[in-house]
Write a protein that binds this ligand. Structure first.
Ligand code: CTP
Ligand code: MG
Length: 380
């Protein structure tokens, strides 16, 4: 058996109102399409992603290992295009709306088990609201008994050849079904429902995005703490730069970059919190491009990479150990500079300094060291 996922991403997300396809939007720091694809990764032998040509490059960059097909005007036609792009040996297809990024592995597993046992497996949930069938003017025509009603979700698993013939038959009649199960029903195939998940929302309107973000945040949202430490030697003929601010002093810190010891400790704390290595690894001394570079620029790079990885900075705290010069007059500017580079509010940044009462290398004025802690938030 070769099991394939068909990820439907060829809509335009009109009702979401983002001005672009909603499946390429971020949900808690990760694109919706990528979240949907990741849910299937371990369950399938391959994936066909159906996209509009205008979204193809962006989607391919997210999912380099997937096959791609071009969608059409209606979802049904897009599904057909995707089915035609499946390999010959695919004997199970899981059609899934990429706009359902919170699908669980358990629901996917149930769909696959059902298609093997019963020939189809469609995720569905009991209906919570009482459903009314009504006339266009709003007059209620009928209230079907709720206990017998289910809301169909995706994934919907079928044998690809059967689904393809069922959809081709509907297309020939000019009928558009709103889900794939309906095409199978119209072709006379029994459709088997499996338990879906109320959290498996289809992102349709902006409030769905808010709810999905809360759910994703609940599952993944966590705080991560990191610590950083650095020390540099004081020497004549160098500028003293701390937290991006040049401080008048007869000596400055020695280093390959501007030797901003405070920001170095801070970057290590941030990278540490994200388990993304350290600055030595990210910006090696051996590379000429980092000679004399402003550590503010490096911090901006780290901040962008953290954001890319889905982290937001909750707060940071930096302690500078220096016997001299007195840093208090520059503290507000150092804090503002650091916050600006991180792209966060200064209230989330603390910079402080202490002497070591003459003890150690800081006390002797041989060097300055700094400690930093950073707290990152993931998810919601
Ligand atoms: N879809 C598709 N091809 C279409 C229409 C929809 O592949 N011609 C996909 C969408 O990308 C989405 C899923 O089918 O993942 C469900 O459709 P829907 O929620 O209606 O998404 P959109 O059509 O993008 O949104 P809207 O109807 O608001 O424009
Ligand atoms: Mg649509």
């Amino acid at each position: 058996m070769s099991v394939w996922a068909l990820l439907m991403a060829a809509g335009s997300g009109e009702r979401m109102g983002l001005g672009r396809n909603k499946v390429l939007a971020d949900l808690c720091g990760k694109p919706v399409l990528l979240r949907s694809a990741e849910a299937f990764e371990t369950a399938v032998d391959g994936m066909v992603v159906v996209v509009q040509p205008r979204d193809e490059a962006e989607a391919r960059a997210l999912l380099p290992a997937a096959r791609f097909a071009h969608g059409s005007a209606t979802r049904q036609q897009s599904v057909l295009a995707g089915l035609r792009a499946l390999p010959e040996d695919a004997d199970v297809v899981l059609v899934h709306d990429a706009a359902r990024p919170l699908v669980s592995r358990e629901v996917i597993r149930r769909c696959i088990a059902a298609v093997r046992a019963h020939g189809s497996g469609v995720a569905s949930v009991p209906v919570k609201d009482t459903i009314k069938r009504c006339a266009p003017d709003g007059t209620v025509l009928e209230t079907p008994p709720r206990a017998a009603l289910r809301a169909a979700q995706t994934p919907q698993a079928f044998h690809p050849a059967q689904l393809r013939r069922a959809i081709e038959a509907l297309e020939a009649q000019g009928v558009q079904a709103t889900d794939d199960a309906a095409a199978m029903e119209a072709a006379g195939h029994p459709v088997f429902l499996v338990e879906g998940d109320p959290r498996n929302l289809k992102l349709t309107t902006p409030e769905d995005m808010t709810m999905a973000a809360a759910l994703a945040g609940q599952e993944e949202g966590s705080m991560r703490v990191g610590h950083g430490y650095d020390a540099h030697r004081l020497t004549e003929g160098r500028a003293l730069v701390l937290c991006g601010v040049e401080i008048p002093h007869e000596k400055g810190l020695l280093g390959h970059s501007d030797a901003d010891v405070a920001l170095h400790a801070l970057m290590d704390a941030l990278l540490g919190a994200a388990s993304m290595g350290d600055i030595g690894r990210r910006f090696p001394d051996s590379q000429e491009q980092y000679r004399g570079i402003s550590s503010v620029t490096l911090l901006e790079t780290v901040a962008a990479e953290l954001a890319q990885a889905g982290y937001t900075v909750e707060n940071v705290d930096v302690t500078i150990l220096a016997q001299r010069p007195k840093l208090q007059p520059y503290m507000a500017e150092m804090t503002a500079r650091t916050a600006q580079a991180l792209g966060i509010c200064p209230r989330r940044v603390s910079v402080k300094a202490t002497t070591t009462e003459g003890m150690g290398f800081e006390g002797a004025g041989e060097g300055i060291s700094a400690h930093a802690v950073a707290l990152l938030r993931t998810g919601g």
